[in-house]
Design a protein around this ligand. Sequence first.
Ligand SMILES: Cc1cc2nc3c(=O)[nH]c(=O)nc-3n(C[C@H](O)[C@H](O)[C@H](O)COP(=O)(O)OP(=O)(O)OC[C@H]3O[C@@H](n4cnc5c(N)ncnc54)[C@H](O)[C@@H]3O)c2cc1C
Length: 390
Amino acid sequence: MTESEHIAHRLEAAQLLASFAPADIAAWDQAESLPEEVSMTLARSGLLGTFIDTGHGGRGWDAVSFGLLCAEFGQASMSLLSIVTVHSMVMEAIRLSGTQQQRDEWLPALADGSKMGAFALTEPDFGSDATGIQTTLVACSEGYRVSGRKKWISHAARADVLLVFGKLEDGSAVACLLPTDTKGLRVTPMRGLLGFRAAMVSEIEMQDCVIPAANLIGRKGAGISYVAAGALDLGRLAIAFGCLGAMEACVADSVAYATKRKQFGQALVKHQLIQKMLADMITSYKAAERLCLHAAERRTVGDPLAAMATATAKYFASTHAVTVANLAVQVHGAVGCSAAESRVERFYRDLKITEIIEGSNQMQQIMIAQNGMGEFVQSALKRKRLQTGQ
Ligand SMILES: Cc1cc2nc3c(=O)[nH]c(=O)nc-3n(C[C@H](O)[C@H](O)[C@H](O)COP(=O)(O)OP(=O)(O)OC[C@H]3O[C@@H](n4cnc5c(N)ncnc54)[C@H](O)[C@@H]3O)c2cc1C
Protein backbone atom coordinates (compact mmCIF):
# COMPACT_ATOMS: atom_id res chain seq x y z
CA MET A 1 0.00 0.00 0.00
CA THR A 2 1.20 3.55 -0.66
CA GLU A 3 2.00 6.17 1.94
CA SER A 4 -1.01 8.23 0.86
CA GLU A 5 -3.26 5.20 1.39
CA HIS A 6 -1.80 4.77 4.88
CA ILE A 7 -2.52 8.43 5.63
CA ALA A 8 -6.08 8.14 4.28
CA HIS A 9 -6.72 5.02 6.40
CA ARG A 10 -5.38 6.73 9.52
CA LEU A 11 -7.61 9.71 8.81
CA GLU A 12 -10.63 7.45 8.52
CA ALA A 13 -9.94 6.03 11.98
CA ALA A 14 -9.26 9.52 13.36
CA GLN A 15 -12.61 10.73 12.04
CA LEU A 16 -14.49 7.90 13.74
CA LEU A 17 -12.73 8.56 17.04
CA ALA A 18 -13.29 12.31 16.80
CA SER A 19 -17.01 11.53 16.94
CA PHE A 20 -16.56 10.53 20.60
CA ALA A 21 -16.34 13.54 22.95
CA PRO A 22 -13.31 13.46 25.32
CA ALA A 23 -15.65 14.00 28.29
CA ASP A 24 -17.67 10.93 27.28
CA ILE A 25 -14.53 8.80 26.93
CA ALA A 26 -13.53 9.85 30.46
CA ALA A 27 -17.05 9.07 31.72
CA TRP A 28 -16.98 5.50 30.30
CA ASP A 29 -13.75 4.94 32.19
CA GLN A 30 -15.30 6.18 35.42
CA ALA A 31 -18.45 4.10 34.84
CA GLU A 32 -16.30 1.04 33.98
CA SER A 33 -18.55 0.31 31.04
CA LEU A 34 -19.15 1.29 27.44
CA PRO A 35 -22.62 2.52 26.45
CA GLU A 36 -24.42 0.18 24.08
CA GLU A 37 -24.70 2.87 21.39
CA VAL A 38 -20.91 3.31 21.38
CA SER A 39 -20.46 -0.43 20.84
CA MET A 40 -22.95 -0.17 17.99
CA THR A 41 -21.11 2.80 16.45
CA LEU A 42 -17.84 0.87 16.63
CA ALA A 43 -19.39 -2.25 15.15
CA ARG A 44 -20.99 -0.33 12.28
CA SER A 45 -17.92 1.78 11.56
CA GLY A 46 -16.53 -0.68 9.02
CA LEU A 47 -13.19 -0.37 10.83
CA LEU A 48 -13.22 -3.59 12.84
CA GLY A 49 -12.12 -5.96 10.09
CA THR A 50 -9.80 -3.78 8.06
CA PHE A 51 -6.98 -6.35 7.80
CA ILE A 52 -9.35 -9.10 6.59
CA ASP A 53 -9.48 -9.64 2.83
CA THR A 54 -12.33 -8.06 0.89
CA GLY A 55 -13.65 -11.50 -0.07
CA HIS A 56 -14.45 -12.06 3.60
CA GLY A 57 -16.00 -8.65 4.21
CA GLY A 58 -12.82 -6.84 5.27
CA ARG A 59 -10.92 -3.97 3.67
CA GLY A 60 -7.65 -5.74 2.84
CA TRP A 61 -5.53 -3.15 4.68
CA ASP A 62 -1.88 -3.98 5.25
CA ALA A 63 -0.22 -4.14 8.68
CA VAL A 64 0.94 -0.50 8.55
CA SER A 65 -2.63 0.74 7.99
CA PHE A 66 -3.88 -1.62 10.73
CA GLY A 67 -1.17 -0.31 13.06
CA LEU A 68 -2.02 3.32 12.35
CA LEU A 69 -5.69 2.57 13.05
CA CYS A 70 -4.64 1.10 16.41
CA ALA A 71 -2.55 4.20 17.12
CA GLU A 72 -5.65 6.34 16.60
CA PHE A 73 -7.69 4.13 18.94
CA GLY A 74 -4.89 4.23 21.53
CA GLN A 75 -4.75 7.99 21.32
CA ALA A 76 -8.46 8.24 22.07
CA SER A 77 -8.93 5.40 24.56
CA MET A 78 -6.91 2.34 25.48
CA SER A 79 -10.17 0.61 26.45
CA LEU A 80 -11.50 1.02 22.92
CA LEU A 81 -8.15 -0.12 21.58
CA SER A 82 -8.32 -3.29 23.68
CA ILE A 83 -11.78 -4.09 22.27
CA VAL A 84 -10.42 -3.72 18.72
CA THR A 85 -7.37 -5.80 19.70
CA VAL A 86 -9.18 -8.86 21.07
CA HIS A 87 -11.76 -8.77 18.29
CA SER A 88 -8.92 -8.69 15.74
CA MET A 89 -7.16 -11.57 17.51
CA VAL A 90 -10.25 -13.77 17.14
CA MET A 91 -10.41 -12.97 13.42
CA GLU A 92 -6.68 -13.53 13.05
CA ALA A 93 -6.94 -16.99 14.65
CA ILE A 94 -9.71 -17.94 12.22
CA ARG A 95 -7.82 -16.40 9.28
CA LEU A 96 -4.60 -18.28 10.08
CA SER A 97 -5.89 -21.55 11.52
CA GLY A 98 -9.49 -21.96 10.37
CA THR A 99 -10.60 -24.11 7.46
CA GLN A 100 -11.96 -22.44 4.31
CA GLN A 101 -15.45 -23.29 5.55
CA GLN A 102 -14.80 -21.71 8.95
CA ARG A 103 -13.38 -18.56 7.34
CA ASP A 104 -16.43 -18.29 5.09
CA GLU A 105 -18.77 -18.89 8.00
CA TRP A 106 -17.27 -16.63 10.70
CA LEU A 107 -15.12 -13.91 9.14
CA PRO A 108 -17.78 -11.83 7.30
CA ALA A 109 -19.88 -11.35 10.45
CA LEU A 110 -16.82 -10.52 12.57
CA ALA A 111 -15.33 -8.22 9.94
CA ASP A 112 -18.51 -6.17 9.58
CA GLY A 113 -18.99 -6.03 13.36
CA SER A 114 -22.35 -7.78 13.40
CA LYS A 115 -20.66 -10.29 15.74
CA MET A 116 -18.06 -9.25 18.30
CA GLY A 117 -15.31 -11.60 19.48
CA ALA A 118 -13.28 -11.95 22.68
CA PHE A 119 -10.11 -13.95 23.32
CA ALA A 120 -10.29 -16.30 26.31
CA LEU A 121 -6.92 -17.80 27.16
CA THR A 122 -6.00 -16.73 30.71
CA GLU A 123 -7.30 -18.68 33.71
CA PRO A 124 -7.17 -17.91 37.43
CA ASP A 125 -4.15 -20.23 37.88
CA PHE A 126 -2.48 -19.92 34.47
CA GLY A 127 -1.38 -16.65 32.86
CA SER A 128 2.10 -16.50 31.35
CA ASP A 129 2.35 -20.29 31.47
CA ALA A 130 -0.59 -20.80 29.13
CA THR A 131 0.37 -24.41 28.47
CA GLY A 132 -1.00 -25.27 31.93
CA ILE A 133 -4.62 -24.24 31.25
CA GLN A 134 -7.23 -26.53 32.76
CA THR A 135 -10.34 -25.83 30.67
CA THR A 136 -11.51 -29.16 29.28
CA LEU A 137 -13.23 -30.20 26.06
CA VAL A 138 -14.85 -33.61 26.40
CA ALA A 139 -16.15 -35.29 23.25
CA CYS A 140 -19.92 -35.95 23.22
CA SER A 141 -22.52 -36.91 20.64
CA GLU A 142 -23.17 -33.23 19.73
CA GLY A 143 -19.46 -32.32 19.52
CA TYR A 144 -17.67 -31.19 22.70
CA ARG A 145 -18.63 -30.18 26.24
CA VAL A 146 -16.49 -27.24 27.35
CA SER A 147 -15.94 -26.70 31.10
CA GLY A 148 -13.60 -24.45 33.04
CA ARG A 149 -12.91 -20.92 34.19
CA LYS A 150 -11.33 -17.96 32.41
CA LYS A 151 -10.33 -14.66 34.00
CA TRP A 152 -9.35 -11.16 32.83
CA ILE A 153 -11.12 -11.56 29.46
CA SER A 154 -11.48 -8.19 27.72
CA HIS A 155 -14.89 -7.35 26.28
CA ALA A 156 -16.30 -10.76 27.19
CA ALA A 157 -19.28 -9.01 28.77
CA ARG A 158 -20.37 -7.71 25.36
CA ALA A 159 -18.94 -10.30 22.95
CA ASP A 160 -21.08 -12.62 20.83
CA VAL A 161 -18.44 -15.31 20.55
CA LEU A 162 -15.41 -16.31 22.62
CA LEU A 163 -12.28 -17.94 21.27
CA VAL A 164 -11.71 -20.35 24.15
CA PHE A 165 -8.52 -22.33 24.70
CA GLY A 166 -8.63 -25.67 26.50
CA LYS A 167 -7.49 -29.26 26.45
CA LEU A 168 -8.94 -32.47 25.05
CA GLU A 169 -9.10 -35.61 27.16
CA ASP A 170 -5.68 -36.70 25.87
CA GLY A 171 -4.20 -33.39 27.09
CA SER A 172 -3.72 -31.83 23.63
CA ALA A 173 -4.35 -28.08 23.54
CA VAL A 174 -7.12 -26.79 21.28
CA ALA A 175 -9.01 -23.62 20.47
CA CYS A 176 -12.74 -23.41 19.90
CA LEU A 177 -15.41 -20.84 19.17
CA LEU A 178 -18.00 -20.63 21.93
CA PRO A 179 -21.06 -18.40 21.27
CA THR A 180 -21.87 -16.42 24.41
CA ASP A 181 -25.53 -17.49 24.33
CA THR A 182 -24.48 -21.09 24.93
CA LYS A 183 -26.19 -22.77 27.88
CA GLY A 184 -23.87 -23.22 30.87
CA LEU A 185 -21.84 -20.06 30.22
CA ARG A 186 -21.67 -17.34 32.87
CA VAL A 187 -19.86 -14.02 32.30
CA THR A 188 -19.22 -11.71 35.27
CA PRO A 189 -17.73 -8.25 34.67
CA MET A 190 -14.73 -7.39 36.87
CA ARG A 191 -14.79 -3.95 38.48
CA GLY A 192 -12.17 -1.78 40.16
CA LEU A 193 -9.36 -2.52 37.69
CA LEU A 194 -6.35 -0.23 37.39
CA GLY A 195 -6.92 0.36 33.68
CA PHE A 196 -8.86 -0.64 30.55
CA ARG A 197 -11.88 0.06 32.69
CA ALA A 198 -14.32 0.60 29.84
CA ALA A 199 -13.26 -2.63 28.12
CA MET A 200 -15.61 -4.70 30.28
CA VAL A 201 -12.97 -7.22 31.34
CA SER A 202 -14.77 -10.26 32.74
CA GLU A 203 -14.54 -13.61 34.45
CA ILE A 204 -16.06 -16.58 32.66
CA GLU A 205 -17.43 -19.83 34.00
CA MET A 206 -18.20 -22.64 31.57
CA GLN A 207 -20.13 -25.66 32.73
CA ASP A 208 -20.76 -28.35 30.12
CA CYS A 209 -21.16 -25.79 27.32
CA VAL A 210 -21.92 -27.81 24.20
CA ILE A 211 -20.32 -26.75 20.91
CA PRO A 212 -20.35 -28.55 17.55
CA ALA A 213 -17.08 -30.23 16.53
CA ALA A 214 -17.02 -27.77 13.59
CA ASN A 215 -16.21 -24.97 16.10
CA LEU A 216 -12.74 -26.36 16.81
CA ILE A 217 -10.20 -23.95 15.29
CA GLY A 218 -6.84 -25.30 14.16
CA ARG A 219 -5.18 -28.66 14.58
CA LYS A 220 -5.55 -30.70 17.76
CA GLY A 221 -2.45 -30.04 19.84
CA ALA A 222 -1.75 -26.67 18.17
CA GLY A 223 -4.14 -24.62 20.31
CA ILE A 224 -1.44 -22.70 22.18
CA SER A 225 1.64 -23.15 20.03
CA TYR A 226 0.01 -22.03 16.79
CA VAL A 227 -3.55 -20.70 17.18
CA ALA A 228 -2.96 -18.57 20.29
CA ALA A 229 0.59 -17.66 19.24
CA GLY A 230 -0.55 -16.35 15.85
CA ALA A 231 -3.36 -14.30 17.39
CA LEU A 232 -1.09 -12.92 20.12
CA ASP A 233 1.41 -11.81 17.49
CA LEU A 234 -1.26 -9.56 15.94
CA GLY A 235 -2.40 -8.51 19.42
CA ARG A 236 1.14 -7.35 20.23
CA LEU A 237 1.27 -5.25 17.08
CA ALA A 238 -2.06 -3.65 18.02
CA ILE A 239 -0.89 -2.90 21.57
CA ALA A 240 2.49 -1.54 20.40
CA PHE A 241 0.76 0.91 18.04
CA GLY A 242 -1.89 1.68 20.66
CA CYS A 243 0.92 2.66 23.05
CA LEU A 244 2.32 4.88 20.34
CA GLY A 245 -0.99 6.70 19.99
CA ALA A 246 -1.31 7.08 23.75
CA MET A 247 2.24 8.43 23.95
CA GLU A 248 1.40 10.98 21.27
CA ALA A 249 -1.59 12.14 23.32
CA CYS A 250 0.55 12.38 26.47
CA VAL A 251 3.22 14.46 24.71
CA ALA A 252 0.67 16.73 23.02
CA ASP A 253 -1.23 17.34 26.27
CA SER A 254 2.00 17.97 28.18
CA VAL A 255 3.30 20.50 25.64
CA ALA A 256 -0.07 22.31 25.65
CA TYR A 257 -0.26 22.35 29.45
CA ALA A 258 3.37 23.42 29.95
CA THR A 259 2.86 26.26 27.48
CA LYS A 260 -0.24 27.57 29.22
CA ARG A 261 0.64 27.01 32.90
CA LYS A 262 2.89 29.62 34.54
CA GLN A 263 5.03 29.14 37.65
CA PHE A 264 7.84 31.39 38.95
CA GLY A 265 6.77 34.09 36.51
CA GLN A 266 7.06 32.10 33.31
CA ALA A 267 5.46 29.27 31.41
CA LEU A 268 6.46 25.80 32.63
CA VAL A 269 7.81 25.06 29.16
CA LYS A 270 10.51 27.73 29.69
CA HIS A 271 11.95 25.82 32.66
CA GLN A 272 14.77 23.58 31.51
CA LEU A 273 13.84 20.66 33.77
CA ILE A 274 10.40 20.63 32.14
CA GLN A 275 12.09 20.73 28.73
CA LYS A 276 14.18 17.72 29.79
CA MET A 277 10.98 15.77 30.52
CA LEU A 278 9.49 16.78 27.18
CA ALA A 279 12.72 15.83 25.40
CA ASP A 280 12.67 12.36 26.97
CA MET A 281 9.00 11.91 26.04
CA ILE A 282 9.54 13.00 22.44
CA THR A 283 12.62 10.77 22.07
CA SER A 284 10.73 7.73 23.43
CA TYR A 285 7.87 8.41 21.04
CA LYS A 286 10.15 8.74 18.00
CA ALA A 287 12.08 5.55 18.79
CA ALA A 288 8.87 3.57 19.45
CA GLU A 289 7.39 4.87 16.20
CA ARG A 290 10.34 3.50 14.20
CA LEU A 291 10.12 0.08 15.89
CA CYS A 292 6.34 -0.14 15.37
CA LEU A 293 6.54 0.82 11.70
CA HIS A 294 9.45 -1.58 11.17
CA ALA A 295 7.43 -4.45 12.69
CA ALA A 296 4.37 -3.62 10.56
CA GLU A 297 6.45 -3.37 7.39
CA ARG A 298 8.14 -6.74 8.11
CA ARG A 299 4.72 -8.29 8.66
CA THR A 300 3.38 -6.84 5.43
CA VAL A 301 6.17 -8.44 3.37
CA GLY A 302 5.89 -11.76 5.23
CA ASP A 303 9.36 -11.64 6.78
CA PRO A 304 9.85 -14.70 9.05
CA LEU A 305 11.47 -12.34 11.59
CA ALA A 306 8.36 -10.15 11.76
CA ALA A 307 7.16 -11.76 15.02
CA MET A 308 10.48 -10.93 16.64
CA ALA A 309 10.23 -7.33 15.38
CA THR A 310 6.70 -7.15 16.81
CA ALA A 311 7.78 -8.48 20.22
CA THR A 312 10.57 -5.88 20.28
CA ALA A 313 8.16 -3.10 19.31
CA LYS A 314 5.60 -4.17 21.94
CA TYR A 315 8.25 -4.44 24.66
CA PHE A 316 9.81 -1.07 23.84
CA ALA A 317 6.58 0.83 23.16
CA SER A 318 4.81 -0.38 26.30
CA THR A 319 7.80 0.19 28.61
CA HIS A 320 8.38 3.66 27.23
CA ALA A 321 4.68 4.48 27.18
CA VAL A 322 4.58 3.89 30.94
CA THR A 323 7.54 6.25 31.38
CA VAL A 324 6.01 8.83 29.05
CA ALA A 325 2.68 8.74 30.92
CA ASN A 326 4.54 9.06 34.23
CA LEU A 327 6.36 12.15 32.92
CA ALA A 328 3.09 13.53 31.52
CA VAL A 329 1.51 13.33 34.98
CA GLN A 330 4.63 15.03 36.40
CA VAL A 331 4.39 17.90 33.91
CA HIS A 332 0.70 18.35 34.80
CA GLY A 333 1.33 18.29 38.57
CA ALA A 334 -1.88 17.88 40.58
CA VAL A 335 -3.98 18.33 37.43
CA GLY A 336 -2.36 15.12 36.14
CA CYS A 337 -3.76 13.29 39.16
CA SER A 338 -7.37 14.15 38.37
CA ALA A 339 -9.55 12.31 35.88
CA ALA A 340 -11.82 15.37 35.80
CA GLU A 341 -8.99 17.70 34.79
CA SER A 342 -6.69 15.73 32.48
CA ARG A 343 -6.50 12.67 30.24
CA VAL A 344 -3.01 11.78 31.39
CA GLU A 345 -4.36 10.37 34.66
CA ARG A 346 -6.19 7.71 32.62
CA PHE A 347 -3.25 7.05 30.31
CA TYR A 348 -0.98 6.58 33.35
CA ARG A 349 -3.27 3.79 34.63
CA ASP A 350 -4.08 2.26 31.25
CA LEU A 351 -0.53 2.09 29.97
CA LYS A 352 0.70 0.06 32.94
CA ILE A 353 -1.64 -2.70 31.74
CA THR A 354 0.18 -2.86 28.40
CA GLU A 355 3.30 -4.18 30.13
CA ILE A 356 1.27 -7.18 31.34
CA ILE A 357 -1.06 -8.16 28.47
CA GLU A 358 -0.46 -10.02 25.16
CA GLY A 359 2.42 -11.81 26.86
CA SER A 360 3.95 -9.82 29.73
CA ASN A 361 7.12 -7.87 29.05
CA GLN A 362 9.14 -10.54 30.85
CA MET A 363 7.82 -13.03 28.27
CA GLN A 364 8.81 -10.58 25.49
CA GLN A 365 12.29 -10.22 27.01
CA ILE A 366 12.73 -13.99 27.03
CA MET A 367 11.57 -14.24 23.40
CA ILE A 368 13.76 -11.33 22.27
CA ALA A 369 16.84 -12.71 24.05
CA GLN A 370 16.34 -16.27 22.77
CA ASN A 371 15.72 -15.23 19.16
CA GLY A 372 17.98 -12.19 19.09
CA MET A 373 21.04 -14.02 20.37
CA GLY A 374 21.22 -16.16 17.22
CA GLU A 375 21.04 -13.08 15.01
CA PHE A 376 24.01 -11.50 16.79
CA VAL A 377 26.06 -14.71 16.76
CA GLN A 378 25.45 -14.91 12.98
CA SER A 379 26.47 -11.31 12.36
CA ALA A 380 29.64 -11.74 14.46
CA LEU A 381 30.57 -14.81 12.41
CA LYS A 382 29.86 -12.91 9.18
CA ARG A 383 32.08 -10.04 10.28
CA LYS A 384 34.87 -12.43 11.20
CA ARG A 385 34.62 -14.08 7.77
CA LEU A 386 34.78 -10.67 6.07
CA GLN A 387 37.77 -9.62 8.19
CA THR A 388 39.71 -12.85 7.58
CA GLY A 389 38.56 -13.17 3.96
CA GLN A 390 37.38 -16.78 4.50
C1 LIG B 1 -6.87 -5.39 31.86
C2 LIG B 1 -6.48 -6.77 31.43
C3 LIG B 1 -7.05 -7.29 30.29
C4 LIG B 1 -6.75 -8.63 29.91
N1 LIG B 1 -7.37 -9.16 28.81
C5 LIG B 1 -7.17 -10.48 28.52
C6 LIG B 1 -7.91 -11.10 27.45
O1 LIG B 1 -8.70 -10.46 26.74
N2 LIG B 1 -7.73 -12.44 27.24
C7 LIG B 1 -6.88 -13.19 27.99
O2 LIG B 1 -6.77 -14.39 27.75
N3 LIG B 1 -6.16 -12.63 29.00
C8 LIG B 1 -6.29 -11.29 29.28
N4 LIG B 1 -5.59 -10.71 30.30
C9 LIG B 1 -4.68 -11.53 31.09
C10 LIG B 1 -3.22 -11.30 30.70
O3 LIG B 1 -2.99 -11.85 29.42
C11 LIG B 1 -2.35 -11.96 31.78
O4 LIG B 1 -2.49 -11.10 32.91
C12 LIG B 1 -0.90 -12.10 31.37
O5 LIG B 1 -0.74 -13.13 30.43
C13 LIG B 1 0.01 -12.40 32.58
O6 LIG B 1 -0.50 -13.46 33.31
P1 LIG B 1 -0.75 -13.33 34.89
O7 LIG B 1 -1.44 -12.05 35.16
O8 LIG B 1 -1.39 -14.58 35.33
O9 LIG B 1 0.70 -13.18 35.51
P2 LIG B 1 1.68 -14.39 35.88
O10 LIG B 1 1.89 -15.27 34.72
O11 LIG B 1 1.26 -14.99 37.16
O12 LIG B 1 3.02 -13.56 36.12
C14 LIG B 1 3.19 -12.65 37.21
C15 LIG B 1 4.50 -11.89 36.97
O13 LIG B 1 5.59 -12.82 36.88
C16 LIG B 1 6.25 -12.67 35.63
N5 LIG B 1 6.70 -13.97 35.17
C17 LIG B 1 5.95 -15.08 34.94
N6 LIG B 1 6.73 -16.09 34.50
C18 LIG B 1 7.99 -15.61 34.44
C19 LIG B 1 9.27 -16.15 34.04
N7 LIG B 1 9.37 -17.39 33.56
N8 LIG B 1 10.35 -15.37 34.11
C20 LIG B 1 10.26 -14.09 34.55
N9 LIG B 1 9.10 -13.51 34.93
C21 LIG B 1 7.98 -14.26 34.87
C22 LIG B 1 5.23 -12.03 34.70
O14 LIG B 1 5.84 -11.32 33.65
C23 LIG B 1 4.49 -11.12 35.65
O15 LIG B 1 5.21 -9.92 35.79
C24 LIG B 1 -5.83 -9.39 30.68
C25 LIG B 1 -5.24 -8.81 31.81
C26 LIG B 1 -5.55 -7.53 32.18
C27 LIG B 1 -4.89 -6.95 33.41
